[in-house]
Design a protein around this ligand. Structure first.
Ligand SMILES: [Fe+2]
Ligand SMILES: [Fe+2]
Length: 317
């Protein structure tokens, strides 16, 4: 390549970099809210967060290196329906929904065969020590429950993904449905974390439980997906019961019905004046839908069919 051609290419590249920097140097509403959380509402924010939330130009002026995307992946400028800036990076406006709370909280799959009974008693065995440990500390109980509940969807989705690759076949949408379930459960956790911060021993407990549960569920799903989905179905039944107890204590005044965190208001499109009771109600509805989805997945396979033969209920939460 001649020297003239090399000089021209360098000039073009530098020009492109400069253009990127100038466009990114504009104040970005998304970046301003990058580290915004409910705990910041109405209270002073930490120095570190304020600095991190600066637009790139201001951060650069303060002596910090600006983040400029050479790769053209600048964050999109998102707004809410009312035109105000979208404050969450962990989920986007099109992932929000209004929960269908018309659920049957008593719905139960009666264990009929050995596999059902094994799944049912596995969950019952795990349930009692958990209830004894947490008793009426609903917030801690809910947080641990959600760290466990977000595992099966991810494991199932991952294993179906690999199965699809190995067999060169479609999944019927079940990969997406299960990963959606995992994400939905994680959003439950992110909501509770806005209200209550876990203590160090609760974090340690989560670490231990996750290590054991992930591996156990992974092996169970490899060995028998229908058993794994049945276990999750029963786990979700218990999640519904647990949130029903939580709601009773909120109604009786045994637990303070604090205002709903902003993340929950945006994720479930709740009215601004919503409270924790409204949040627990929509989360319970999600759990009921997970219960139905997993028992349905197990039923399909118990009848000798494959999941891919039935279109997955995507967005069913
Ligand atoms: Fe959940
Ligand atoms: Fe769930």
């Amino acid at each position: 390549m001649s020297r003239i051609a090399t000089t021209k290419m360098s000039g073009l590249l530098l020009g492109r970099l400069n253009t990127r920097f100038v466009s990114s140097a504009k104040p970005s509403s998304l970046l301003e809210f990058r580290y915004f959380s409910t705990s910041d509402l109405g209270s002073g924010t930490g120095k570190k967060e304020e600095r991190a939330a600066q637009p790139p130009s201001t951060a650069a002026a303060g002596g910090e290196k600006a983040i400029v995307s050479y790769w053209g992946v600048d964050p999109p400028q998102l707004t809410k329906e009312d035109g105000s800036p979208w404050r969450w990076n962990c989920f986007r406006p099109w992932e929000t929904y209004k929960a269908d709370t018309s659920i049957d909280v008593k719905k139960h799959h009666e264990p009929v065969n050995f596999m059902d009974k094994f799944a049912y008693w596995t969950v019952q065995t795990l349930k009692y020590p958990t209830y004894m440990f947490f008793q009426r500390r609903h917030m801690c109980h809910a947080m641990l429950l959600e760290t466990v509940a977000a595992v099966p969807g991810m494991v199932g989705g991952m294993l179906l993904h690999f199965k699809s690759l190995r067999r060169f076949e479609h999944s019927g949408g079940w990969i997406k449905a299960l990963l959606e379930e995992a994400e939905n459960e994680r959003m439950h956790l992110m909501t509770f974390v806005e209200i209550s911060k876990p203590k160090w021993y609760e974090r340690a407990l989560v670490l231990a439980v996750q290590g054991v549960f992930f591996n156990a569920y992974f092996v169970a799903y490899l060995a028998s997906p229908k058993l794994a989905h049945r276990i999750t179905g029963y786990l979700e039944e218990e999640a519904v019961n647990s949130y029903t107890d939580f709601l009773h204590d909120l109604e009786n005044g045994n637990f303070e019905n604090v205002p709903a965190p902003a993340i929950a208001i945006d994720y479930w499109r709740l009215p601004p004046e919503s409270t924790l009771k409204d949040v627990v109600t929509v989360i319970r509805a999600d759990e009921a839908h997970h219960r139905d989805l997993n028992h349905f997945a197990s039923d399909i396979q118990c009848q000798g069919r494959e999941l891919k033969e039935y279109p997955a209920p995507i967005g069913y939460h």
